[in-house]
Design a protein. Sequence first.
Length: 250
Amino acid sequence: MIPCQRHLFDLPDDVAYLNCAYMSPLMRSAVDAGTAALARKAHPWEITPDKFFTGSDEFRATAAQVLGCSADDVAIVPSASYGIATAARNLPVKKGQSILVLAEQFPSNYYPWQRLAEGTGGRLKIVAWPEDNDWTAAVLDSLTADVAIAALPQVQWASGGRLDLVRIGEACRKIGAALVLDLTQSLGALPSAWATCRMACSQISPSLPATSGCSGLIPWGFSTSRPNGRTGFRWKRIGFSAPTPAISQA
Ligand SMILES: Cc1ncc(COP(=O)(O)O)c(C=O)c1O
């Protein structure tokens, strides 16, 4: 148990706020960083081209250290759905193959796969809500040879049920399935989430974790991809508004 961290947040004494699954409070340090970023934009003439990417490059390098990959594998994305849609644009699915999702999965990690399945002749394979709430066992049962992509969260958002991503990652590697993770509800909230994500993703290529800033305690959306192996891919730097990117093959 960590000591009380209340001072890190702007929480009045008479408020006990527990509903982070709905929307998390920003830490004071995140509010300060956001305010500084807004103020910077008030003087755009001071943001010279050589300074345009410095903050984002620093962020990507720091995230890479925690995730055990290189800064080039990390992209800052405006939402979880953007990161996941990018994965869906780049991961191959053949006719008859399956994309595994959970029952009542968050829409950001559902609709891109539904569209991909429709467009490729693939099949959306939906893990039914297990009566005992053991999502790990239910996913492992469903990870059969037909699965090309497992698109999963670490925590099923509607039930709070946790998935053991290390065991699921091992099972994906055995069948050669890609692993795409929506970590919005866990990264920064579950103490083990970073390490678990690193372990799960180090076993598989390609693997792509994405997160959003709205729930959980990470105020930024970002995605990573692991470019090891023939099927790996690399993010291209997208400096300005662009359609959901196709990623160059590594
Ligand atoms: C599980 C989960 N994924 C993703 C999101 C946010 O998705 P997006 O960033 O695409 O809006 C939320 C927000 O509540 C969420 O609970």
